[in-house]
Design a protein around this ligand. Structure first.
Ligand code: BGC
Length: 894
């Protein structure tokens, strides 16, 4: 019996059975399996059906792609226009490399939400903290869906139940350009008879109270909370009724929430909670009529395929301190984003307070200096009714420690837990090695990324009076993010946020959405607009985002280009950021080196993007501009002592600076260094790390990303490994030795007021280096259709394994050294190929694959199934393989 290709994971917009998408031409994707090695897809067919019955029968009455000869596994819907509020069923099948037709996939579905703006019938209403509407349903309910948004945050309730598990929804955006709404299946909550819909509104970023409102003059939004929603109910007689937000809703102006603010916290008086307000039978006669208010202005977009912010777990206190009577400090053992949940029994009017911090003083009391203006305090006034479970809404804190005061009695361990709030990402990658330090760095990076990929953007930090989408931080750790999580839809949203923030002159801000006025961005921050879409293309094969962002990228590029002087970009705001001992300093890399290097990279990337999009003229233009910028870069910054010791600034002043690790590594990374100088600059860099700094990286956030990569590129694997795993200052290992459970903002352990968050993800760029340079997992062609597996093996590391669920399926590599033998096991997904670069261990290397001798005596001996070619490449043997699992054993016979 012949087994064809089996479809195991079919998705729409990278999501399994999404409810309420609004893409007019959604993308379909699938993962394939096959019994044989070396298999690929020679053709596919996708059908979209209007009913389950048709899909089961294989009838694509909405769209039938027909058999398409192609290896693509992410394709776009290309049928007649889809209708709003409609459930479609679909299936896919594929033909293998021998032309064998596989079975249809299981029936999958997707449902559309609002495809035309005029179909959104909810008005924008406001005027209260609690909003309610009761209505009757005559007849029996077949299905009901809620489409809802509320700014800054909302909580939706139907008949006394909280709807959905998203918290801090909707994700942040530039509200006058885009407002996100979420879609919920509420079929089980709506019944025939009387029903009540309730909305609780919070301020979030739309009407922040403080501290930023007072401190930042450019703060853009300050308005009272508002909401818009529709509930569509389909009845058994086929009719559809829609309940919209409008003037018929009732509002409670002053409710139990006395205060809510993302920085300062939440203040709740449970005595003021109108008991049963979100259920039928409640008397709302003393509530006022809600008012129809001015819409925020932005286009409504669905979050259906964008992972939402959710409660992902809880932590019990690991230790507690009791610095003073009545003051209880709990240590949750891990710096997280979220809040504290308390169980309390006390009398009405008792006030219980929770404060949060990342660090504590030696007496066990909270140290809140480094969270600056954020009060991070949640307060509850008890109702006195039974046991009360207290947790905040519409705020979050970055903390490891929490202090509880005012608690009636002594809180027990059972009464206190930390609630972990994170984006609900699909986890796609993992890595483990024989080095505890590397595993620890990976672990604290994971926590920092999870803590900061929140609210639909990538914030710098989750705790202090900032929490902004700083673009520099975002792109620096984006490679690490895509190795660990499925980021495609999340980053597409973030890129749209950047596009939304762009001004007519092409400038974009440092912080997106631009809740602060930080225009124009430092070039090394703004590059996120070009870097992240390109990463999405490379990692996921996502061409759509390149198309969508291309014009905005060009405008930003032109803005920067208009500021160059003799092809050098002197414009900079921050430069090489947070090097040892400083927030920034030209010594670690003069800002104009960084800015010009970034402009060069942006220009090169734009040339590549133009090529992908078939814009030949643009491609040649950018290629030529890149060369001019590179030449200027070398003319101005390259001296006999490297990049660079002495140069004349535009104001005529002569600057003397030592060639730093960062400024020598950057041009090496992009192959900008003239051929005859490469050697001495590599040597100078290695010497600086090895001899001058005793094998430490002395860099800020840019050097931290590129120096390790450059060392490996030029063969200094052991030096790179040693520098990265240093346990003495400065280094990641030092943070860990000092007890960090998330990455610090600074190399120093600082706990005073100022710039020293204990949870910044930007130094987390190193995690991608573990995947790419140690495990050796890379993509050669977009979307891992062609993979490169090229492990680098430091003498201090015994084994390393990593796996990644790509858009083509699972790929993995595992290498381990036992005595003089190296075993490298790789997995290549169906429909991909891989170049496996195996290190030669010595002069006469023997390579086996399974039980076959592949290579011996300097030549190919016997090729096993799935192996496409074997080549000698100097210090490596390059084996090209098709799909499957391969076990290579490398041995040297001396
Ligand atoms: C943020 C950084 C950011 C920087 C830019 C800081 O306040 O926390 O992470 O990149 O400002 O200057």
């Amino acid at each position: 019996m012949v087994h064809g290709l089996r479809i195991i994971d079919a998705r729409v917009e990278f999501t399994v059975n999404p409810l309420g998408i609004d893409e007019s031409k959604p993308r379909f994707s699938w993962i394939l399996e096959h019994e044989e090695r070396g298999q690929y897809q020679s053709a596919y067919r996708v059908i979209v059906s209007s009913s389950l019955e048709n899909a089961v029968k294989g009838i694509g009455d909405v769209w039938d792609s027909g058999k398409v000869n192609s290896r693509d596994q992410v394709i776009k819907y290309n049928g007649p226009p889809l209708s709003s509020f409609t459930k479609y069923y679909w299936r896919v099948k594929a033909w293998d490399s021998n032309g064998v037709e596989g079975d249809w996939s299981d029936v999958q579905w997707f449902e559309t939400a609002v495809l035309k703006p005029e179909e959104w019938s909810g008005k924008w209403i406001g005027g209260g903290q609690l909003l309610r509407r009761s209505f009757r349903v005559e007849g029996s309910v077949i299905e009901a869906k809620a489409y809802v948004t509320g700014l800054g945050y909302y909580e939706l309730r139907i008949n006394g139940e909280r709807v959905g598990d998203r918290v801090l929804d909707p994700p942040w955006s530039e509200y006058d350009k885009t407002v996100y709404y979420s879609v919920y299946d509420v079929t089980n909550l709506v019944k025939s008879g009387e029903n009540v819909i309730g909305l609780i509104l919070g301020r979030g970023r739309y009407g922040p109270v403080s501290p930023n409102r007072a401190q930042i003059p450019g703060l853009k939004y300050y308005d009272e909370p508002k909401a818009s929603a529709m509930i569509r109910i389909r009845l058994s007689d086929g009719s559809v009724i829609t309940i919209n937000t409008d003037e018929s809703w009732k509002c409670l102006v002053k409710g139990p929430i006395l205060y809510d603010d993302i920085y300062n916290g939440y203040r709740y008086d449970a005595r003021l909670e109108p008991y049963g307000w979100d259920k039928a039978g409640f008397d709302d006669s003393n509530w006022v009529q809600c008012s129809v208010v001015k819409p925020p202005g932005g286009r409504l977009r669905s979050t259906a395929a964008v992972p939402g912010t959710k409660v992902k777990g809880t932590l019990k206190p690991r230790e507690y301190y009791n610095p003073r009577p009545g003051v209880y400090v709990f240590d949750f053992g891990q710096n997280i984003t979220g809040w504290v949940r308390l169980r309390v029994r006390g009398s009405s009017g008792v006030e219980v307070k929770v404060r949060h911090s990342e660090v504590i003083n030696s007496d066990g009391s909270l140290n809140v200096e480094n969270i600056r203006g954020a009060e991070a305090t949640d307060t509850y006034i008890l109702s006195g009714r039974d046991v009360e479970v207290l947790e905040p809404r519409f705020t979050y804190h970055g903390f490891r420690y929490a202090e509880v005061t005012g608690y009636p009695g002594v809180p027990s361990i059972d009464d206190v837990e930390a609630v972990i709030v994170q984006t609900d990402f699909e986890s796609t990658g993992s890595i483990a090695t024989s080095s505890k330090i590397i595993n620890d760095i990976h672990r604290i990076t994971w926590w920092s990324l999870r803590a900061n990929l929140l609210n639909g953007i990538q914030t710098d930090c989750p705790q202090r009076d900032e929490r902004m989408g700083w673009l520099g931080d975002a792109w620096l750790s984006s490679d690490s993010a895509v190795f660990n999580f499925n980021m495609v839809k999340y980053y597409e949203k973030f890129i749209r946020d950047i596009i939304d923030s762009q001004r007519d002159d092409g400038s974009i801000p440092d912080t997106v959405p631009p809740y602060w006025n930080t225009y124009p961005a430092d070039p090394a921050w703004g590059t996120a607009l070009i870097y992240i879409p390109w990463l999405l293309y490379v990692h996921y094969g996502d061409v759509e985002i390149l198309e969508e962002a291309y014009e905005a990228m060009k405008k930003w590029w032109s803005f920067l280009n208009s500021r160059v002087k003799d092809n050098v970009l002197y414009f900079s705001k921050y430069g090489e950021w947070v090097p040892p001992g400083r927030v920034f300093s030209a010594e670690y890399c003069p800002p104009e080196i960084l800015s010009t290097w970034i402009l060069y990279r942006d220009t090169l990337t734009l040339a590549q993007i133009a090529k992908v999009l078939g814009r030949g003229e643009d491609a040649s233009f950018f290629t030529k501009r890149a060369e001019e910028i590179r030449d200027a870069f070398n003319r101005v910054f390259l001296t006999e002592r490297g990049y660079y010791s002495k140069y004349t600034a535009p104001d005529g002043s002569v600057r003397m600076l030592g060639g730093s690790q960062t400024c020598n590594a950057l041009p090496l990374y992009l192959d900008m260094v003239p051929g005859n100088r490469v050697n001495d600059i590599v040597k100078a860099l290695a010497h600086n790390i090895e001899a001058d700094w005793d094998r430490h990286l002395v860099v800020g956030i840019f050097g931290a990303k590129y120096v390790p990569e450059v060392l490996v590129k030029y063969g200094y694997v052991d030096l790179a490994y040693r520098a990265v795993t240093q346990e003495s200052y400065p280094g990641w290992g030092y943070m860990i030795k000092e007890g960090a459970t998330t990455l610090w903002e600074r190399w120093e352990k600082l706990t005073g007021a100022g710039m020293n968050s204990h949870n910044h993800h930007m130094f987390g760029s190193i995690d991608a280096w573990f995947y790419r340079d140690l495990a050796g997992l890379m993509t050669l062609e977009p979307g891992f259709s062609r993979i490169m597996i090229k492990p680098n093996i430091p003498s201090e590391l015994r084994y390393c394994s990593a796996s990644l669920y790509t858009v083509r399926g699972l790929t993995s590599v595992e290498w381990s050294r036992v005595n003089d033998e190296l075993v490298v096991t790789v997995t290549v997904p169906v429909n991909s190929t891989a170049e496996v670069h195996l290190p030669k261990l010595g002069e006469s290397t023997v390579v086996r694959e399974g039980d076959k001798v592949l290579w011996s005596g300097g030549k190919v001996v016997e090729v096993s199934p799935g192996v496409l070619s074997v080549k000698d490449a100097g210090d490596r043997i390059v084996v090209e393989v098709g799909s499957g699992r391969f076990i290579f054993t490398i041995k040297t016979i001396n």
